[in-house]
Design a protein around this ligand. Structure first.
Ligand code: ADP
Length: 712
């Protein structure tokens, strides 16, 4: 037999595996092995078992050693890795490597334990030595006893066991930990959730189909309760469940909720901020079958679950589900593949479906399940849009007088408030109050940021291209002179808040200030116990929180993303605002304030009116009309290195020529654009199947990004 082995070694030229031969050891697919590679012995995983030898010019080497007794990756996991390599144009080492901590992988390979059982007819043989008799008696009626346990019982038994083996009285057999201690995960369930009628309908609807479900439930409708019921079912069936959340810090929040459902020791947490040691510990726990539920961010999709029954992707629309390093996978598509190969259920939950998921739900690829009401029929909050261009600011810019008095009211009533800062937008931009456009960099078409030079004079800088410009006296677009520098940093806002509300307890949560999960837990605890009045933070941290005491949620500058020349810009702003609306008034009536310079933008109006479906339908029409995803597909080619501009130009010409052969499936979108001060160039291939072009192009030193999220 022949075996394709992917090694963890980074030697060049073998990233897609090598074929080895073996006639005696017969490893199964997914088993760890040791093989020779250029005079060294290296570790690897068998990804394919082949009947026939591949055509090779060189003599095939044998497998040196099979490590362990059972596969460390299941067939479904290997198939997913193979699928990822093909779909995302990644090497097999990259996609197989995702399932392990950093090399050496062998640090998590289960160690097989040697043990003994009695051979048939062993009781009839007369034994002389006392120790031999004792060992035999001990094994009587037992399925298997490890050598370790026998040593504990009788001291050194090596000689005795070897004598007994020779006479055919005992048989040696190695077993993995998993085989020695089979786990019954059913007993880890502590309680069952009590669903409302609507939630039961949604739950039953999800159970009734065997395709992926999109659980489209408004904020506060109790999607988590539906997940909890599905997770409990999965565990009751003896299988394991995986819950993916978009942010590492949100894992903390989910653990708290699921601790009521499951024994804590049956929950495993995986994310990229764990140390290698912590990752290895969790990995082994999961691989041994001790975890009934794995909660984690993007990378937790690659948890070594042997018996996967359910994958839930919470906040399915979040951008963090796309990996921005090779393999540049998206969790949604990869989870679809893994669920398909594992025969596991896939549930995607959100209040604002991504256009990708919405299109699939409309076409019937996903089963659409709705939760239209909040838990206990709590009303959605009243939303106020404040036009910043009409506002006279006092010394508390960018807080409008209306927002300040709304905060005063909450403080007087001892209610809580959440303030969102749009981090990207907090860099100060130059805005024209007459035409409401930002002053943009002519090269990148992105808004300039206002900086102050050492001599105190302001200047404009584009962070992507590094281009500097003087501050104009008139708007380059409409020539008006009403130019205003808008935006402020998080620290500045913190000091404004502290000055205006000296007696309030104010908490700040953003990825920079939060060093670990413990701090986030502390912030959540203070908010839940009403020991704080105002929580302010960046969107990625404050999103998704369920804080019953919050009756005011506000965004200081909603429209930052809207001026970006990106087809997803509107979707991002809409998601953010709908999330914002979702934070307020969860257990008592609430209010939301949206401060914006673009009060007429469709994203802002739809979010304020809670018209998610209308927004999605309209946006989908625009995407179809404009030929953007999900109506088409995009492949982004990234060129870096020596003289990227020249290489990008060459690649563009090649792509244009190749596209002529595929007129229906691919078009070359625009001229190459660059970022990072010209060090990185990109070309977008767009069409129904632009991947078909790839085999026609010289892609040495080019990074391929299939279904990119960022296209600038
Ligand atoms: P979503 O994720 O849909 O925004 P959550 O799952 O956070 O909503 O639920 C909102 C709030 O309602 C939470 O505090 C949750 O505990 C509560 N809730 C929802 N459904 C139930 C239920 N069936 N029983 C008890 N509490 C519920």
């Amino acid at each position: 037999m022949f075996y394709r082995v992917v090694t963890s070694s980074r030697s060049p030229g073998i990233a897609n595996g090598l074929t080895y031969e073996s006639s005696d050891a017969k490893p199964l697919q997914g088993m760890p092995v040791r093989v020779s590679l250029r005079k060294k012995i290296v570790e690897g995983i068998v990804v394919e078992v082949l009947e026939k030898k591949e055509e090779t010019a060189y003599a095939m080497k044998g497998i040196d050693e099979v490590l362990g007794e059972s596969p460390v990756l299941t067939q479904a996991q290997i198939r997913t890795a193979l699928w990822m390599s093909e779909y995302y144009c990644a090497t097999l080492r990259q996609s197989v490597g995702l399932w392990f901590p950093p090399p050496p992988w062998s640090r998590v390979f289960p160690k097989a334990r040697i043990g003994y059982k009695l051979s048939e007819g062993a009781t009839d043989t007369v034994l002389r030595g006392e120790k031999q008799n004792s060992v035999r008696d001990h094994l009587l009626g037992k399925d298997w006893v490890s050598k370790e346990d026998l040593t504990k019982e009788f001291g050194n038994v090596t000689a005795v066991l070897s004598a007994l083996s020779k006479r055919g009285i005992v048989t040696a057999q190695s077993r993995s930990d998993e085989q020695i201690h089979p786990k019954d995960l059913r007993s880890t369930i502590l309680a069952k959730p009590a669903l409302t009628e609507d939630q039961i309908l949604a739950y039953e609807s999800i159970r009734s189909v065997d395709k992926p479900s999109l659980l489209f439930g408004i904020t506060g409708s109790g999607k988590t309760e539906v997940y909890a019921q599905l997770i409990a079912d999965t565990i009751a069936e003896g299988k394991q469940a995986l819950l993916l959340v978009p942010e590492i810090l949100l894992t903390e929040y989910s653990i708290q909720r699921f601790e009521a459902l499951l024994r804590r020791d049956a929950i495993s947490v995986l994310h990229s901020r764990l140390s290698i040691k912590e990752r290895c510990t969790e990995w082994k726990k999961i691989a041994q079958g001790d975890a009934a539920l794995v909660i984690g961010s993007r990378s937790a999709l690659f948890a070594p679950l042997k018996n996967l029954g359910l994958i839930v992707i919470d906040e399915e629309h979040e951008w963090t589900y796309k990996n921005e390093q090779s393999p540049r996978y998206h969790v949604r598509e990869t989870a679809e593949a893994l669920a398909r190969f594992s025969h596991a259920r896939l549930v995607l939950g959100t209040a604002t479906p991504s256009l990708e998921a919405w299109a699939r739900a409309k076409s019937g690829t996903y089963h659409l399940v709705r939760l239209r009401k909040r838990y206990l029929d709590q009303h959605l909050p009243i939303v106020r849009i404040i036009d910043l261009a009409d506002t006279t600011f006092g010394k508390y810019y960018p807080f409008t007088p209306e927002l300040l008095s709304a905060l005063d009211e909450r403080l007087a009533r001892k209610e809580q408030s959440v303030l969102f800062l749009n981090r990207r937008g907090m860099a100060t931009a130059l805005l024209c109050l007459a035409c409401r456009r930002r002053v943009i960099c002519p090269e990148s078409q992105l808004p300039f940021t206002v900086h102050t030079a050492g001599n105190g004079n302001p200047y404009l800088l584009d962070h992507t291209t590094g281009i500097r410009a003087d501050v104009p006296s008139r708007c380059p677009h409409c020539k008006a002179t009403d130019l205003l520098a808008v935006g402020a940093g998080t620290q500045k806002l913190e000091s404004v808040l502290a000055a205006r509300f000296p007696s309030a307890v104010i908490l700040r949560a953003d990825s920079d200030t939060l060093k670990d999960a413990e701090e986030m837990r502390e912030i959540l605890r203070k908010m839940r116990e009403r020991k704080a009045d105002i929580l302010f933070g960046t969107q990625s941290v404050v999103k998704g929180l369920d804080l019953p005491g919050v009756t005011l949620a506000a965004v200081l500058l909603a429209d930052n993303g809207l001026s970006l020349p990106h087809f997803r810009a509107g979707e991002r702003v809409f998601d953010l605002l709908t999330q914002l609306v979702g934070r307020s008034g969860r257990s008592q009536s609430g209010k939301v304030i949206i401060q914006t310079f673009r009060p007429d933008a469709p994203e802002i109006i739809a979010a304020a009116r809670h018209e998610t479906e209308k927004y999605l339908d309209d946006e989908l029409k625009l995407r179809i009309h404009g030929g953007y995803p999900p109506a088409t597909k995009i492949v982004r080619l990234l060129v870096r290195g020596v003289n990227p501009a020249l290489q990008a130009k060459r690649l563009l010409e090649e792509a244009r020529a190749a596209a002529k052969g595929f007129p229906d499936v691919a078009s070359i979108h625009s001229s190459p654009t660059f970022s990072n001060a010209g060090k990185e160039w990109q070309i977008l291939l767009r069409g129904s199947e632009p991947r078909l072009l790839l085999s026609k192009l010289d892609l040495r030193d080019v990074t391929i990004d299939v279904d990119p999220i960022e296209t600038l």
